[in-house]
Each structure stands twice: as C-alpha cells, then as structure tokens.
Write a protein that binds this ligand. Structure first.
Ligand SMILES: C[S@@+](CC[C@H](N)C(=O)[O-])C[C@H]1O[C@@H](n2cnc3c(N)ncnc32)[C@H](O)[C@@H]1O
Length: 411
C-alpha cells in the first residue's frame, strides 16, 4: 500500500508554503539522504533531518546573490553546513557548544584526497597500536598505563566523574586512543581534531550512559579491542562521506565557536544571502548536560556553553520561562537581521515544546519577536505525537507541531 503523506498545515505565500511542506515531508520515510555524505558520522540531539535541510538549502540558495554566504547560526553537528558544502555554497556556521564545532568541522573536512588518505592511515596506525597495547596489558607482568590528564582539568576530579561510566578495560583503551591523539595534535592539530570527533562518536556506545539525552546508567558489555575497532570504522565512514562531499568544487565552511548573539563581530552586515537553521526547542534540551561526559573525557572546555546556551531546560524554569524565552529568541533574531542582504530568506526549523510545566508554541513565539526588518512570508506545520497526559493537557486542541518558518529581509 502506498503510504499516506503526513498532514501538514501551511500558510503565507502559496508557492513558498508548498516548498516548506515538501521540506517537512522529505523527512518521513527517507532512508537515503540520512545515510548520505557525512550525515551518519555522529549523533546529536535535535539534529535537523538531512532531507529537510537539503530541500531548504535548495530553496534559500535560489535567491542568494552570487558569492554571498549561507549562514547557520545554530549549526549544531553541521547538517546544513554539509548540505551547503555539497551544493558548492560558501557557508558559515556558529555554535556555542565546543562539541558541535568539533563535529561540524570534521563532517565538512573537504581537503585534498591525499590528506584524506593520511587521515585513514594515521587512524589505522593508532588503532593497531592500541590493539597491540591491549594484548600486552593482558599479560600478568604488564605495568598499568598512567591515565591521561588533559590540560585545564583537575585529574582527580575528572577521574571521579568518569570512573562510573566505563569498564576498566574500556577506559584504558579509550585513554590510550586519546593519548595517541594528544601526540598527533603536536604535529597536526587539524587531523587530531577530526580523529577526536571520531573518538567522540563512539564514546557513548562504549559507556554506561544510556544515550546523549538519557543519563540513566546501564550495563553494557564491551569486548576487548572494540573501542579501537569502532574508532577505526568511524574514521572509515567519515572518510568515505568526505570523499562524496568533495565531489563538488568548493572549500570547507568557516565554523566559529561563539554565542550567535555576538554574530555581528564575526560576519559583516549585509553579507548573508540566506539562512537555514534550527534554533533550540524551548526548555527541551540541555546540551551542557547531554555532552558533559564527552567534555570530561575529551577535555573540551564548556564554560561559554554553560553560560550562553539559550532555550536550555536548566535555564528556563518557573513562571517567567515564557517571557525569558521570548527575550532570548528576540535577541537571536535581532542579531541575525542586520547580517542579511535585502531580500534574503531565512528558514527556521523549530518545534513546539514543553518546559517549566507549560507549552511553548514556536510559531507564536517567532511572530512575537519579529521586528520591522523581517517579514514572515510562509510557514508549514506538521503535527507531532504527544507523549503523555501532561503534554496533551498543555497543548490542548492545537496539538504539538514541528514548523518550518520562512522569513524575508525587507529593504
Ligand atoms: C536544535 S540544535 C541545532 C542542530 C543542528 N541543526 C544539527 O543538525 O545538528 C540547536 C543548537 O543551538 C546551539 N545554541 C544554543 N544557544 C546558542 C547560542 N547562544 N549561540 C549559538 N548556538 C547556540 C546548541 O548548542 C545547539 O547545537
């Protein structure tokens, strides 16, 4: 039986609304785009669906002046940057999360073929040495290797935080991989960063943390040697995706670790020809918490994320949460507007959410913070299942939706 396309409500300019509807629908049932290029490399909470991103990049690019920039100011793991790179566009990404930046840079590392080969060769050598060291460590006479101490982290506190999450043999193997990457970083920091992203990609799979968004402790049986083997497989997956991504001429996007509300310091006014982005879903995620284990293990500093993440669950609490979110979203839109060239389109993928015991209706929130520089030209909204009684009561008859909202810069 042919599947019935999911219901989507849309409004505004009919032609553009139809394109937004197609972008939302592209995600349902897609199992091709999601596995293409470097998309499957690393998990990321609330990642944009690559098929939706592809449609939106195509739509926004149609009205971009030549050589102008496609911007994703909340780039996360870089889905839109990958699609922009595949389309041969000049792109800039910004995120306040150091892990997002590490992953997005790795996923768009479109360097000459010989550098990709080197990446693969170095990963093979490191995995080989770690496997050999593991075999050696199983001999009764072997000495216990010292644990790493990333600079800026108190080694004892780091140890206490990590100890519960990894079986001793897994921890030893992971630290050994990371030690090799520390050495590599002294000769080639770029390659070391890309390989660190590959190590990050397997970290939760070998830990006792249930998933990125669920910190429940679970028993996981990880075979000896699995960390080194999975690390290498992840690098091979990345290299193959990067090869496909490099088929279009162009260069990697520029990616900044920054608070997007300070974008004016990074991107010249009027230089952005289009935006495709997905801002945080109010009160739903807590990237600082979701990735704390990765930060601790990899030695990534996250003070700015802790202070500047907008829309986080930990930041939006109590009765003032609604007003606080609109203030944060308003500041984000205000930072974005001056960068856009006249006529530029900005596509926002954003979901209704529940936080601080109340519903946040994303389309209402975006409308409420728009200033005279930007017009809402079209939108499409797809109903989302509601998970429990609390959501059903908070969302009521309107239900909960995922939206694509299209803004145009006036002037
Ligand atoms: C919905 S996610 C984006 C996911 C991304 N589209 C992807 O496909 O991976 C929202 C992102 O906003 C980032 N963020 C939150 N506050 C920010 C801020 N003040 N400046 C820049 N990025 C921020 C979060 O770190 C998170 O990566």
């Amino acid at each position: 039986m042919p599947s019935v396309p999911a219901r989507v409500d849309a409004g505004g300019d009919p032609e553009l609304a139809a394109r937004l509807t197609a972008a939302l629908r592209a995600a349902s049932g897609d199992d091709i785009v999601i596995e293409s290029l470097t998309h499957p490399f690393h998990s990321y909470p609330a990642r944009m669906h690559p098929a939706t991103s592809r449609e939106l990049v195509m739509l926004v690019a149609e009205s971009m002046p030549p050589r102008s920039i496609l911007l994703d100011p909340f780039c996360g793991s870089g889905t839109t940057l990958v699609e922009a790179r595949a389309a041969g566009l000049r792109a800039i990404g910004v995120d306040v999360n150091p892990l997002a930046v590490l992953v997005a840079r790795a996923k768009t590392f479109t360097v000459p073929g010989r550098t990709r080969l080197k990446l693969q060769a170095v990963a093979r050598a490191i995995a080989g040495e770690v496997l050999a060291a593991g075999r050696q460590a199983r001999r009764a006479t072997a000495e216990v290797a010292p644990l790493r101490g990333p600079t800026g982290f108190d080694p004892n506190a780091r140890n206490r935080r990590l100890a519960a999450w990894f079986a001793p043999h897994v921890r030893r193997e992971l630290e050994d991989l990371a030690r090799h990457l520390d050495t590599l970083a002294k000769q080639d920091s770029e390659l070391a960063s890309v390989l660190t992203a590959a190590l990050s990609a397997i970290l939760y799979k070998v830990s006792s943390r249930s998933s990125d968004t669920d910190a429940t402790w679970i028993q996981r049986n990880v075979a000896r040697g699995a960390c080194a083997r999975w690390f290498l497989q992840r690098v091979e997956l990345l290299v193959s995706g990067l090869q496909d991504l490099s088929a279009t001429p162009g260069s990697p996007p520029e990616i900044f670790e920054a608070d997007m509300r300070a974008l004016g310091e990074l991107v010249p006014a009027g230089s952005v020809g289009g935006v495709v982005t997905s801002p945080p879903y109010a009160g739903t995620y807590d990237y600082a918490e979701h990735q704390r284990l990765r930060f601790d293990f990899l030695g990534l500093r996250h003070r700015h994320l802790d202070q500047q993440e907008i829309g986080s669950r930990r930041g939006l609490t109590g009765l003032g949460a609604g007003a606080q979110w609109r203030e944060q979203l308003g500041a984000a839109i205000d930072a974005l507007a001056p960068l856009l060239a006249p006529g530029a389109l900005a596509a926002l993928v954003i979901g209704d959410s529940m936080g601080a015991g109340r519903a946040f209706f994303a389309l209402d929130d975006v409308r409420a913070v728009l200033t005279s520089e930007l017009a809402l030209v079209a939108w499409a909204s797809q109903p989302r299942p509601m998970l429990g009684a609390a959501e059903r009561s908070a969302f009521g008859e309107r239900g909960k939706c995922e939206h694509v909202i299209l803004l145009r810069k006036l002037g």
